[in-house]
Design a protein around this ligand. Structure first.
Ligand SMILES: Cc1ncc(COP(=O)(O)O)c(C=O)c1O
Length: 384
């Protein structure tokens, strides 16, 4: 028998009434009525350029050919232009997830240590633990550090084996993000110690301001790019990994997706970048306004608070500790009301009993329903 590998596990606990996480996702995916605030996907895109480009690609039947293995040059160029990066190389991948795995595989040896944070996107810890024996997940759920991994914390937790610092910016699940000064400090740490910054910019476009580590430490940064969030293309599974040519050259030696990334997704991604200016303000304005609706509801609940407000992502956390309500019970209750949100343990090993996470890049009516049901849930679930 082959035993499962003993890597750090992402908390994939099936919700009440489901045998597996997959069964649960199949159920929610197929339920057309469900309000989708449990994944940080974006349901607000209404214009047609992305869809039209993909439909044209299907009609042309070009999908019977393999694409260029590293991605269409037009798409590669559009992403680098989108970020304003010059002198970098890029590979198109089947999403930020694949890019994260490539990054860990490329940079790490077993003796190296990696710094991540808790709360955070736990698959990063999981991937890191496949290549490094020492993944240090720094506790950041407190006001003192602004609910984020700071340069000060990194210095505290670093040692001579540290090889990679993971910066999710803005941070899933809290929505905290970095200032220019903080990015400069991280860059200094990376350059002085000759170590790497993994800069996961999946939620970049939702942030009020954003600073690319690649601009401050080009030789020591690997940037993870995704089309799943602002572009609303999560199901199309497309993203990129970006670094200086020497870094990307080494990533080429560990590629899995040797025959390239979905042609239809790439057609959509090209249209997405070309049409971005036409629709992005609508999405940003709607998400910002949606946050206010959530905040108004939370402010009515004694003992509840939003740790990071406003969030610079399209998600935020609501701390329920002071209400005595278990986040799992809240999540189960809301699902019964057809509102899909996440219990804290999905993004934290240390603070999962404190918060729920919800995404708000959904129509305003959905957020209003959430707000109403949330207040109702507090009344029902609050211990007497
Ligand atoms: C921080 C972070 N990186 C990467 C991803 C995954 O991106 P993709 O859908 O492009 O694989 C997510 C998804 O939620 C995320 O939160």
């Amino acid at each position: 028998m082959i035993s499962p590998k003993k890597y750090a596990k992402a908390a994939k606990i099936p919700p009440k009434g489901f045998k597996t996480t997959n069964e649960f996702f199949d159920h929610v995916f197929k339920d057309k009525e469900i309000i989708w605030m449990g994944q940080n996907t974006n349901h607000l895109y209404e214009d047609t350029p992305i869809r039209d480009a993909m439909i044209n690609c299907i009609n042309s039947k070009e999908y019977c050919k393999y694409p260029p293995p590293e991605g269409f040059p037009e798409l590669k160029q559009l992403i680098l232009e989108d970020l304003g990066l010059k002198g970098f190389d890029i590979l198109i991948t089947a999403g930020g997830t694949e890019s994260l795995h490539l990054c860990m595989n490329d940079v790490l040896e077993p003796e190296n240590s990696v710094i991540t944070c808790d709360p955070g996107y736990l698959i990063i810890d999981n991937f890191a633990s496949r290549f490094s024996d020492n993944v240090i997940s720094v506790p950041i759920y407190n006001e003192d550090c602004g609910y984020k991994l700071t340069p000060k914390l990194v210095k505290e937790y670093m040692d001579e084996n540290t090889k990679l610092i993971s910066l999710i910016d803005p941070l899933n699940p809290l929505g905290s993000s970095y200032t220019k000064e903080e990015m400069e400090e991280f860059a200094k740490i990376a350059i002085e110690n000759d170590i790497y910054l993994l800069h996961d910019i999946t939620y970049r476009e939702f942030a009020r301001e954003h600073h690319l580590a690649a601009n401050f430490a080009p030789n020591h940064t690997i940037t993870i790019y995704s089309f799943s969030k602002i572009f609303g293309m999560a199901g199309l599974r497309i993203g990129a990994i970006i670094g200086i040519p020497e870094i990307i050259k080494s990533v080429r030696s560990i590629l899995i997706n040797d025959l390239g990334t979905n042609v239809i997704s790439q057609a959509g991604a090209i249209a997405a970048l070309k049409s971005k200016n036409q629709w992005i303000d609508h999405i940003k304005n709607t998400t910002r306004n949606n946050q206010k609706i959530i905040k108004d509801a939370v402010d009515q609940v004694e003992g509840a608070f939003i740790p990071v407000y406003p969030s610079d992502g399209n998600m935020l956390a609501i701390d329920l500790k002071g209400t005595g309500i278990d986040p799992q019970d809240m999540t189960d209750y809301m699902l019964e009301q057809n509102v899909f949100i996440r219990q804290g343990s999905y993004t934290s090993k240390l603070y999962g009993d404190r918060y729920i996470r919800l995404s708000f890049s959904v129509p305003e009516e959905h957020v209003k329903i959430f707000a109403e049901k949330f207040l109702e849930a507090v009344d029902v679930l609050r211990p007497i």
